[in-house]
Design a binder for this molecule. Structure first.
Ligand code: IPM
Ligand code: MN
Length: 352
């Protein structure tokens, strides 16, 4: 039996609530066994001590098999501070360059798009996760004057662009679905970085003759995620475009509360991190109304990445069962049950 050491960062808002449900499900698996180490890194900690991550904290994370993350974002701390001091440093430091965000329309869940049934939407967005528009490069001068200038620079490296596109093609082969990769840019307006991305895409795709390809501009892609979601299989996009598209893909399959995310270091040199796509959702704090399924599906992605395919399939089976029956569910998908009740129901189905 394998044992895994998991670093747990509940973070802010509803993060700790959903993470506990994920842990409950992982514990219920029995095999493999997990040891959870909880870190209190959060906006609370920042307000108390001036730091999200204590001195040497990232080094401590390096030793874990994986990181299980809740959410970050606080009403009293500006978002760019929380993000640039907690989640983004983890993604970068551990070179978690492949952000994998599947969207699947489960039986028993209503899509806001008319006429879509179970399995009609089944895509995965591969989001570049370490550079692009999220590169923390820029500055401001002449602040608070009429001459103020703000510069925010996007960064596209050959190394970074090529590896994420290659990852998307490999994913298309692994999924064995339609074997299609759609690349998203805005190369009509961004003639440097995005034209470069298109060129790299064209050169990598030449190596994957068995995979169908398509290139779309982000504005058209946003429309097509709504108009023809069934046509997408693997979608590869820059950091910002992938961020935006995965809110759209999440809602087309019913709720942000069902959308998991994996921040992968595919080479396994560093730990990868697994989290729900939804954020801290202040409006739901402490009400036990947040849907834990996004986090539970992130836990499934974690065990699968650790090589525990059977355990991952068991979690998927339990979640599918809960959603198909539709009796115990949170308000975001039309139910009246609590976060904990949904977690308990999924645990109860694990042995089915
Ligand atoms: C996400 C979130 C984050 C992102 C924020 C919290 C930095 O929106 O994971 O999608 O933009 O990457
Ligand atoms: Mn987002």
């Amino acid at each position: 039996m394998s044992n895994y050491e998991i670093a747990v960062i509940g973070g802010d808002g509803v993060g700790p609530e959903v993470i506990e449900e994920g842990i409950k499900v992982l514990d219920a698996l029995g095999n493999p066994a997990f040891r959870f180490n909880r870190f209190d890194w959060s906006s609370e900690r920042y307000k108390r001590t001036g730091r999200f991550i204590p001195e040497g904290g990232l080094d401590r994370l390096a030793a874990f098999d994986a990181i299980f993350f809740g959410a970050v974002g606080d009403e009293e701390v500006q978002d760019h501070i929380t993000l640039n001091n907690l989640i983004l440093p983890i993604r970068r430091r551990f070179d978690q360059y492949a952000c994998v965000r599947p969207a699947y329309l489960y039986a028993g869940v209503q899509s806001p798009l008319a006429g879509r049934g179970a399995g009609d939407i089944d895509l995965v967005v591969i989001r570049e996760n370490t550079e692009g528009e999220y590169a923390d490069i820029g500055g401001r001068v002449y602040q608070q004057t009429d001459q103020e200038v703000a510069v925010q620079t996007s960064v596209f490296t050959r190394h970074g662009t090529e590896r994420i596109i290659r990852y998307a093609f490999e994913e298309a082969r692994r999924r064995d679905g339609r074997r299609k990769v759609t690349s998203i840019t805005k190369s009509n307006a961004q003639g440097h970085g995005m034209v470069f991305w298109d060129e790299v895409f064209d050169s990598v795709k030449a190596e994957y003759g068995d995979v169908e390809t398509e290139s779309l501009l982000i504005d058209a892609a946003a429309m097509d995620f709504v108009r023809r979601p069934q046509d997408f299989d693997v979608v590869v996009a820059s950091n910002l475009f992938g961020d935006i598209l995965t809110d759209i893909s999440a809602i087309t399959v019913g709720s942000m509360g069902l959308a998991p995310s994996a921040n992968l270091n595919p080479e396994r040199v560093h730990p990868s991190m697994f989290e729900p796509v939804h954020g801290s959702a202040f409006e739901l704090i402490g009400k036990s109304q947040v849907n834990p399924i996004a986090t539970i599906l992130a836990a499934a992605m974690m065990v699968e990445f650790l090589g525990e395919e059977k355990a991952g399939a068991a979690i998927h089976g339990a979640v599918s069962g809960n959603l198909a029956e539709g009796r115990i569910r949170t308000p975001d998908i039309g139910g009246g049950s609590s976060t904990v009740e949904v977690g308990d129901d999924i645990v109860g189905r694990l042995s089915d």
